[in-house]
Design a protein around this ligand. Sequence first.
Ligand code: SF4
Ligand code: SF4
Length: 168
Amino acid sequence: MKNIISKRRIVQGLVGASLYVLVFYFHISLLYVLIAGSILGIILGKVFCRWMCPMGFIMELLMGNKKGSEAGQMYQYHKLGCPIAWIGGILNKFSLFRIRHNPESCTSCGVCDRNCYISSLNENFSLYKAEKKASGNSFSCSRCLECVSSCPKGSLKYSFLPFGRSEK
Ligand code: SF4
Ligand code: SF4
């Protein structure tokens, strides 16, 4: 999993460029892109922004290697006009794949929260503090999976969460 996450920008660039070609050169209706984005949202949550979106790819190039709150301040606002980001964000809380925390192996080191642009910008959210709202279920989580790859204990997993199990 960490291997795939470390190549996320390459995936995003390739998928984003392919989508751009499909939509603009082959005149694929944006409605189809929207439907596909919604289906993806139901299964994986808001993966479109950070794994597939050409605009998101450009934003990340501008951001360089910034992480946490610095990245969040630059990144958050360009998505506000995108319907796929809205649909994916709403579905984050209900998607079949979600970020799960294992409190038994967690040492509360806080690395995940420092790397997440949601937790680091808003103190009401956390990836490991049970009394706070779960960052991975929030509208703004774009499934970058930095939290998963940065946890030294492997206490965060992006995995299938069957219907009926509720996490905050
Ligand atoms: S990085 Fe991992 S071990 Fe550290 S607080 Fe987060 S979940 Fe717990
Ligand atoms: S995937 Fe993890 S690090 Fe990325 S925005 Fe969501 S909760 Fe934060």
